[in-house]
Design a protein around this ligand. Structure first.
Ligand SMILES: *[C@@H]1O[C@H](CO)[C@@H](O)[C@H](O)[C@H]1NC(C)=O
Length: 308
């Protein structure tokens, strides 16, 4: 009697409570830290498959901080997103930094007689058309036709399974170069600027009202980087004797030149590599023509924060 009741209860719960499973695969060239919805799951070894099972509908963001993604700021985190109640899935890409490619493959079959549901999606470049740039905050009610990309759906009444692959091409994306304005500590009305738009060796780099001209467009990437004036062969240059109070200028770009070897940190400092010097707005003065300098990198110094 008791075992029969147990059997009935078990089959009842098994048929009403469909499970949801995320199979997560690391195809990147290194092990990667794996996060699900804010929680570190541990490191996923090269080629490892990790399975996360939920006993019902469970929303999830699945991502890694590998290759320059910052968990603290959310910057540079490519995310696989799942809105479980309506069986939606999607990818989100930070518009200024692409840390890793993601591919999502629903392992359920599309509903009988439908097309456009349950397709595989992948995003392997910063500008892929298959991704949101910000997490969607609302979702349309499901219908019998598929949602508009970059939202995708795989409606099912049974157990739900998705395969999520990091680095579907087997490699990390090359450093993402982005053309940006460099704003002092988040002030979008002020920009790092080449004085007088004189693109020549030695022209000072200063603070100026933003005007969206070529004198204020910089190509930069997270991590080790040149800070290049976009579309020119001139780079931000700290001079041959870098130190506190040295005025910044542009100079012809060279590879492996210490004066042009910067490191753009996740918290928006532009530091001269190996020198402990940071790009600095002298005294925080935002008046037009104040020439930028290098200064010893110091914590909580807003004069050294350059947002993009
Ligand atoms: C940006 O700088 C300008 C010039 O100093 C100032 O007037 C403005 O209030 C600043 N904006 C912000 C958001 O700090």
């Amino acid at each position: 009697m008791r075992s029969l009741l147990t059997f009935i209860l078990l089959s009842f719960s098994a048929s009403t409570l469909a499970i949801r499973e995320y199979l997560i695969s690391n195809r990147c060239p290194t092990e990667i830290p794996l996060y699900i919805s804010g929680e570190l799951q541990g490191n996923l070894a090269v080629g490892e498959l990790f399975t996360k099972t939920y006993p019902g509908a469970e929303n999830a963001f699945i991502y890694t901080s590998a290759n320059g993604g910052s968990v603290e700021s959310g910057r540079g985190l490519t995310r696989a997103g799942f809105f479980a109640d309506d069986d939606y899935y999607y990818i989100i890409v930070d518009p200024v930094y692409f840390n890793v490619g993601i591919q999502i493959t629903p392992l359920n079959s599309p509903p009988a007689g439908t097309t456009g549901f349950c397709g595989r999606i992948a995003c392997t470049t910063l500008t892929c058309a298959t991704a949101f740039q910000q997490a969607p905050t609302s979702f349309p009610a499901p219908t019998s036709t598929p949602p508009a990309p970059p939202l995708y759906a795989c409606p099912t009444t049974t157990d739900t399974r998705y395969l999520i692959e990091f680095c579907p091409g087997g490699t990390f994306p090359s450093p993402t170069l982005t053309t940006v304005a460099l704003n002092p500590n988040g002030n979008k009305s002020k920009c790092a600027d080449v004085r007088g738009a004189a693109f020549a060796n030695g022209t000072p780099v200063q603070i100026y009202d933003c005007n969206n001209t070529p004198a204020q467009k910089w190509t930069i990437s997270r991590g080790s980087t040149k800070v290049q004036l976009t579309g020119t062969n001139f780079c931000l240059d700290a001079g041959s004797t870098p130190g506190n109070g040295i005025g910044m200028k542009i100079w012809t770009c060279y590879d492996n030149l210490p004066a042009q070897a910067w490191y753009f940190t996740d918290d928006n400092r532009i530091a001269l590599e190996g020198k402990g010097l940071c790009l600095d707005l002298p005294n925080g003065v935002l008046t037009n023509s104040n020439q930028l300098q290098t200064w010893q990198c110091t914590d909580n110094n807003n004069n050294q924060v350059w947002t993009i």
